[in-house]
Design a protein around this ligand. Structure first.
Ligand SMILES: NC(=O)c1ccc[n+]([C@@H]2O[C@H](COP(=O)([O-])OP(=O)(O)OC[C@H]3O[C@@H](n4cnc5c(N)ncnc54)[C@H](O)[C@@H]3O)[C@@H](O)[C@H]2O)c1
Length: 182
């Protein structure tokens, strides 16, 4: 299946690509002619996802790498690899995220539970966006045309959600993370 579109030949990274919205986004982008660099913390699920994408879109260029978005060094190395492999970066869909723990009140939460959600959903988005902006600026997004980055927030990040204090806080903070022009 292929649909003519302006995404033809665009190089786009997708995090959380092994399942859910990330995998669905990867299918949509590949169907529209994008070249993909997929990342997920789950290496085996990512391999399965990449294999299914390659068989569905044989003409698409697709590379996949196990990356923990909560590690700035892993994210930086991944984006450097993507630029080495494809020559430039045009866009990114940052969809890796975690919800757990669910159902705990603030007073019941352990430090590690809070920190883990913030590390993935907030620091992870920051590490990805920073590396991606640097790459898009440097490579000029296909010769100086800029690029696009999409991050997944949540309605919980706008109005909060019961039993999801760290998740809601992480999503709210990522909504407020503006890219300022100099
Ligand atoms: N599904 C929904 O209804 C919904 C609603 C609002 C927002 N969102 C957001 O959309 C995004 C995708 O949600 P989903 O429902 O597809 O979730 P999902 O759990 O199906 O997929 C998330 C993916 O992220 C990966 N991941 C988790 N931690 C990671 C890490 N440290 N590094 C790299 N990859 C990691 C997981 O392995 C998984 O493949 C999330 O950010 C989520 O918060 C989802």
């Amino acid at each position: 299946m292929s649909t003519p579109s302006s995404l033809s030949g665009k190089v786009i990274t997708v995090t959380g690509a092994a399942s859910g919205i990330g995998l669905a986004t990867a299918h949509l982008l590949a169907s529209r002619g994008a070249h993909l660099a997929l990342a997920d913390i789950s290496a085996s699920a990512l391999d399965t996802a990449a294999d299914s994408l390659k068989s569905s879109y044989p003409s698409a260029k697709i590379v996949a790498k196990a990356v923990n978005v909560a590690s700035s060094s892993e994210v930086n190395a991944w984006i450097e690899d993507v630029v080495k492999q494809y020559g430039h970066l045009d866009g990114a869909a940052n969809l890796a995220g975690i919800l757990q723990p669910m159902g705990k009140t603030v007073e019941e939460l352990e430090d590690e539970e809070w920190d883990n959600v913030l590390r993935v959903n907030l620091q992870g988005v920051f590490y990805c966006v920073r590396a991606q902006l640097r790459a898009i600026r440097k490579g000029g997004g296909e010769g100086g045309k800029g690029g696009s980055i999409v991050n997944a927030a949540s309605i919980a990040g706008i109005q909060g959600a019961t039993g999801l204090a760290p998740y809601s806080a992480s999503k709210r903070a990522s909504v407020l993370m503006r890219r300022d022009e100099k």
